[in-house]
Design a binder for this molecule. Structure first.
Ligand code: VG1
Ligand code: CO
Length: 543
């Protein structure tokens, strides 16, 4: 074995987005591409000397090869130890847990989350810090700056390690520990939730389905829901991770998980169903005959979390991303706790969680989590729902009905326009931003604009400011529209339009969501000029 140094060509325009660096798989496979980015990370964190790293990914195409590359580079950069999930698998929340539990200095998570996998699909790399959470904005910027001036990377020439073998081995001077990806995570879930109560519910005939979407949560859900909690074999669907996720998009929404939605909407469907995404950090919740919007799910979890042993002392506070509906705000105000509004992306919750200001947080994109790790956690959300159902002994539909009667209902939907010409999308946002000061008081469709601005966030813990996090328009009737560009895509631009309309207690709680939101949707189309600028009339996906 020998150490070798290779030259790097500084990258241009390869900026990490909402959640790490995402590119076409073939780009990541170009000689030196992954290596130069990984070396930029080592350089930005002050080198690898003596450090401990957790490494794992969602099992997509190139996952195993990328892990071998990172292991060689970690060893060459002087790392003391690498903790790797068996066969290269670790869900994002499980990686976060391992970083925290083992006191590691950080972790490399190989995933492009909900983006499809395969040689002609997408790949990604996220670096998480010692708290187990996504790299902060400033650290992400440091990776980028280093990648712009990087000259060389160091690695080893060595044969690949066998990642299938649990146990400790060595790569030059670095210890490599291959661990079962599920064990530590399952232990954490057992500490938080009342497994006996959930077991009792299931043994009494409560039925559930969990769709792992051929991605990383398969082994976790099988071990926890079937083997431990007693759900019958076959309750976990698409449970074996595959490199191309069965050629689907591992995105837990009513479009990509349509078979599951169809199942719960059928008369003999299960009492409860859920799905998770590629790297296991997001969730979709369904009950017999009902789809629970992620924003509502966050609110229900906040209102009922105390029913799980891990949260029996109540919540310190909650947070949601700006585009997420204000349903959770109403619960927080009822509980008399703080509710923070952050920009999109889990990295913005980290400081609030570390400072103990919040216990629970979430995003409209089906990410929910708590202070148990520093990532959103799909299976955790499923288990919290099951714990609540086991305590309340009522249906998902009844829980939702009851919630809306208590707090009112925030009708909510996100409209995605995918693969839009980036130039046109940027133009639309620039023009819109320039028009914002003139909007208040003007009419848009049937609505009148009350306020319009670009969301800017000042972190309450470290005072850092993040600007231009999306355009937010409030209308005089209280409804709200948000528009921003996605930071996770690899194909041109994705425009996200978020629509919300609040109906107070006593109002109509069973309207069709899209019908309830039609006025605000029309108003946002007029204000943004999306149809004219981008040539798109209807969204590709509505969640
Ligand atoms: C999307 C979601 C955001 C989420 C991010 C990463 O980002 O909107 O809420 O945090 O994905 O999730 P964007 O920039 O495309 O809107 V994951 O499961 O891909 O780590
Ligand atoms: Co994800």
């Amino acid at each position: 074995m020998s150490f070798v140094t290779h030259n790097c060509t500084p990258f241009s325009g390869q900026k990490p987005g909402t959640s790490g660096l995402r590119k076409k798989t073939r780009v990541f496979m170009e000689p030196g591409y992954l290596e130069c980015f990984v070396q930029s990370i080592f350089n930005a964190i002050g080198g690898g000397q003596g450090k401990v790293f957790v490494i794992g990914g969602d099992g997509r195409f190139f996952n195993a090869e990328a892990i071998q590359t990172i292991l060689r580079m970690a060893a060459a950069n002087g790392a003391a130890r690498a903790i790797v999930g068996q066969n290269g698998l670790l869900s994002t929340p499980a990686a976060s847990n391992l970083i925290r539990k083992r006191g590691a200095d950080g972790g490399f998570i190989l995933s492009a989350s909900h983006n499809p996998g395969g040689v002609d699909a997408d790949f990604g790399l996220k670096f998480n810090g010692g708290n187990g959470g996504p790299a902060s904005e400033s650290l992400t910027e440091a990776f980028y700056q280093h990648s712009q001036r990087i000259a060389e990377y160091i690695t080893l020439e060595s044969d690949p390690l066998d990642l299938g073998q649990i146990g400790v081995t060595k790569l030059e001077d670095m210890q490599v520990e291959i661990v079962d990806p599920v064990t530590d995570y399952a232990e954490l879930m057992r500490e938080i939730f009342d497994f006996d109560q959930i077991k009792a519910l299931i043994s009494e005939g409560f039925t559930l389905r969990f769709d792992a979407m051929h991605a990383v949560t398969g082994p976790y859900a099988t071990a926890i829901l079937e083997d431990e909690l007693g759900a019958p074999k076959g309750s976990v669907l698409n449970a074996i991770p595959s490199v191309d996720f069965g050629k689907g998009h591992p995105d837990p929404n009513p479009i990509w998980a349509k078979p599951l939605v169809d199942l719960v909407m059928s008369p003999d469907g299960p009492d409860f169903a859920a799905a998770s995404d590629g790297d296991g950090d997001r969730n979709m919740i369904l009950g017999k005959g009902i789809y629970v919007t992620p924003s509502d799910s966050l609110a229900v979890l906040a209102a009922n979390a105390h029913l799980a042993p891990g949260y029996s002392a109540g919540l310190a506070g909650v947070a949601r991303s700006m585009p997420t509906s204000a349903a959770v705000d109403r619960v927080a105000s009822d509980l008399g706790i703080d509710c923070f509004e952050t920009p999109t992306g889990w990295k913005f919750f980290g400081n609030l969680l570390d400072a103990g200001r919040i216990t629970l947080c979430g995003e409209e994109s089906a990410g929910t989590g708590s202070d148990h790790v520093r990532e959103k956690d799909g299976l955790w959300a499923v288990l919290l729902w099951l714990n609540i159902l086991a305590k309340r002994r009522t249906s998902v539909r009844e829980i939702m009905r009851d919630h809306w009667q208590t707090y009112g209902r925030n009708y909510y939907s996100r409209h995605d326009y995918e693969a839009v010409d980036s130039r046109k999308a940027d133009q639309m946002m620039t023009d819109l931003t320039a028009r914002l000061p003139k909007l208040p008081g003007s009419a848009a469709g049937n609505l009148i604009v009350a306020a319009a601005d670009q969301f800017s966030y000042k972190d309450p813990v470290d005072g850092s400011v993040s600007k231009n996090q999306g355009v937010c328009v409030i209308f005089e009737n209280g409804s709200r529209g948000v528009i921003r560009l996605s930071g996770t895509g690899t194909d041109n631009a994705t425009i996200r339009v978020y629509l919300e309309q609040f109906t107070p207690q006593g109002g109509q709680m069973d309207l069709d969501t899209q019908t309830a939101l039609r006025e605000v949707a029309d108003a946002m189309a007029e204000i943004s000029r999306l149809p004219e600028t981008c040539g798109r009339i209807s969204p590709d996906i509505m969640t």
